[in-house]
Design a protein around this ligand. Structure first.
Ligand code: 13P
Length: 341
């Protein structure tokens, strides 16, 4: 596998003002979202939902790549086409989540380390054979009194870097996702401090493990006040804090930064991405885009409710949000109307 292949894939994933669609919820997470809407928590219902997404008309105009879960990459459309093939046919690059989840970190109550390195080389080869061209691994960092610890930041950064090196060996572009959670009542300034530290440590490990920066993407959180914080800062304040953090920590060689949404509303996620691209475009060395799950899928899931009669309406809701976020990449999202300009 040549470095050029990785670079070409990474660039293609951030080309044309498009973004990524995270549809890689684990079965447990997907079931939780289904349960809230009374949708059956079965493999068949999960397949129906993923088919709705993958076959949404026009999705490929605003989405460059979609991240699948292990169950989904092994499933097929009703017409018998594997999902990865259906995505490729729609002009969307198939990707795969390869971590096996965040597990309690020994001796560190309230913190986790993401697992999945054992056997990863073999799994990556299998996924590449099924058509995946990029991968994702999410480390999770919680903010609370006394947290995060240095130990938690270090083990997650180390695992992300080992994963990324293995991906590149297999010819898959790694999406490196160190997520600082928005749970809690901490301030914007505290999230900024933690996110900056996490990104510095992550890039130090990526360098130590020999990861090619030009052949990877970063998937960070936006810098936000905790969901329960008394002060909820303005869209501009979030944009300023997030950009200050990224400009200090993300090397210019990285082709793209694609945010997770992390529990923000669909509208706020679009508005904040729009503000960053409006105010800072000329200073950014990388593309600044989205890799949302909830902020793109939730309105569509609310419309679908597990009912085949609602498929077209749900697909429209999905593509509407991906178009809003594509517009936000250009600074062309109308915050008042919640629509592309
Ligand atoms: P959210 O956008 O819902 O945070 O999900 C993104 C993701 O891929 C989490 O790993």
């Amino acid at each position: 596998m040549t470095a050029q292949t990785l670079i070409d894939t990474a660039r293609a994933l951030v080309a044309s003002d498009k973004g990524l669609l995270a549809m890689d919820e684990s079965n447990a997470t997907c079931n939780k979202r289904f349960a809230a809407l009374g949708i059956p928590q079965t493999a068949a219902a999960r397949r129906d939902w993923r088919e709705l997404i993958v076959t949404a008309p026009g999705l490929g105009d605003s989405i460059s790549g979609a991240i699948l879960f292990d169950e989904t990459i092994r499933q097929q459309t009703n017409a018998g086409q594997p999902f990865a093939e259906a995505l490729s046919g729609a002009g969307i690059i198939p990707g795969i989540k390869v971590d096996t989840g965040a597990k309690p970190l020994a001796a560190h109550p309230g913190e986790t380390v993401t697992e999945g390195l054992d056997g990863l080389r073999e799994r990556l080869a299998e996924y590449a054979g099924m058509g995946a061209r990029f991968a994702k691994w999410r480390g999770v960092i919680a903010i609370a009194s006394g947290l995060p610890t240095r130990a938690c930041i270090d083990v997650n950064a180390h695992a992300l870097a080992r994963y990324a090196a293995l991906c590149q060996e297999a010819g898959l572009v790694p999406i490196v996702e160190p997520e600082v959670l928005m749970d809690g009542d901490h301030s914007l300034a505290r999230c900024a401090e933690v996110t900056e530290e996490v990104l510095h440590r992550t890039f130090a490990e990526l360098r130590a493990q020999g990861v090619l920066l030009e052949g990877m993407l970063l998937k960070p959180n936006m810098v936000l006040p905790g969901q329960k914080a008394a002060t909820q800062d303005s869209v501009d304040a979030v944009a300023d804090a997030t950009m200050a953090c990224l400009l200090r920590t993300v090397p210019a060689a990285v082709p793209g930064v694609a945010f997770l949404s992390g529990g923000q509303s669909a509208q706020l996620a679009s508005a904040r991405l729009n503000a960053m691209n409006t105010k800072y475009k000329s200073r950014m060395p990388w593309a600044l885009t989205f890799s949302f799950s909830r902020a793109v899928q939730q309105p569509a899931l609310d419309a679908w409710k597990g009912d085949a009669a609602n498929v077209a309406e749900a697909q429209q809701a999905l593509v509407f949000r991906t178009r809003c976020n594509q517009a936000a990449r250009r600074g062309g999202y109308d915050t008042q109307r919640d629509a592309p300009r």
